[in-house]
Write a protein that binds this ligand. Sequence first.
Ligand code: PLP
Length: 399
Amino acid sequence: MKLDPANNIQDLQYFGEFGGVNPSISDSSTFTFIKAKTMFDTFEGNADGCYLYSRHTSPSNLYLGEALAAMEGAESANVAASGMGAITPVLMQLCGAGEHIVSSRTIYGGTYAYLKNFMPRFNVTTSFVDITKLDIVEAAITKNTKVLYCETVSNPLLEVADIRSLSALAKKYNLKLVVDNTFSPLSISPLALGADVVIHSLTKFINGSSDTVGGVVCGTTDFINQLKDVNTGASMLMGSTMDSMRSASILKNLRTLHIRMQQHSKNALYLAEKFESLGIKTVYPGLKSHKSNSIFKSMMNEKYGFGGMLTIDVGSLDKANALMELMQKRNLGYLAVSLGFYKTLFSAPGTSTSSEIPENEQKEMGLTDGLIRFSIGLDADISRTFIMIRESLEALSIV
Ligand code: PLP
C-alpha cells in the first residue's frame, strides 16, 4: 500500500484532560514533582512521561511533534518557534568548525544568508550549487563535507530536487541529506525517498492561516534527542521553543491540511495552464514544460498534486509591481510575502524574500526582475479568478 501521510495524521487519537476531543493545552512553563529524585531523572532525560520545563518540552509541543512525525513517516520530531528556528540548530548540530555544507543555490533567502554570511563566523563554509545537476553536486563534495542541503521545491524558482538520487550521493559520501519540505507538504515525503532530516516552516501551508510562525525538524529519535540534549543540543541550547498555545492551534489546523493542499494544487495547476496558454513564461512543477515534471511525478503522493506555488515572469520589475498592485486592488489576493494562506499571496522575490541574495547571484540562478511568485489560494471558483487576473494583465498590456 502506498504511503498516505494524511492517514498517518488521522490515525492518531488524543483526548483532553476531561475527555475533550482536543488535547488540553499545557499552560505552564514549569512542572512540579512529588519526589526530588524524579526531578533529577527528568532533567537527565530518564523519566518518561514527566515534564520539567517548557523550553525542554511540553505536552502540547509533543502532540504537535508527534503528528508531524507521523505525517513525514519519521520516528520523531521537534517543533520550534519558526522555520529558521528549526533550520539553524539542525545545521549547527551536524557541522562544527572546519566542516562544510553543499547546498542548493536556490533556497529561501534567510537560509541562504545564514549559510553564506553567518555560518562562516564559526568556520563552517558552504558551496552553493545547481541542485538539479548531480555531477556538479558531487564535484562540490570535499573530505570536510557533512551535509547536503536542499528544498524539495525551491524558493522562489520552484526547482525540484531529485531526492532519491541526492540520497544515493549522500550515502556514498556519508553525508546527511537535509531537506526543507515547506513548499510540498503531503505531496512529497522526503524521508521515504531517502532523506535523513526533513524540516518545515510551519508558518506556511501546514498552519495555513498566516497567524503565526513555527517550524519543525523530523528525523530519527536519536537525532531529535541529540538536538534536545540539555548539555549539547543545538535546539535546546539556542532556545527557539514554540509556545504551547501556538502548538495547540497549529495541531488543529494540521488536520485539514490534506483538503487544503488538494485545493491549493488544483487551483495552481488550473492557473498555471491558463497563464502558459496566454504565452506568459510560467513555472509550475505540474506543467509538462517544467524541466523536473517527471521527477516530481516519480516522487509524489499523487492525490495532493504539485502544490500551490507558481511563478510568472512579466518582463520587468515595474510591470510586476503594477500587476501586483492592481490585483490587490481588485481583491484577487494580497501583495504579501509568505505562502499557504486561503487568499492568494504574491510578491516579487528579487526585492523581497530573496533580497539577501546579491544581484549578480540572482541573475546567475535565473531570478529575474519581472518574476512574481504566487502562493495560490483556496478560491472556490478559480475560473472566475482567472478571468479577473486576465483582465488585469490586459489592462497593463502584459498580454
Ligand atoms: N524555508 C522556506 C522554504 C521558506 O520559504 C521560509 C520562509 O519564508 C523558511 C524556511 C523560514 O521559515 P520561517 O519564516 O517560519 O522562519
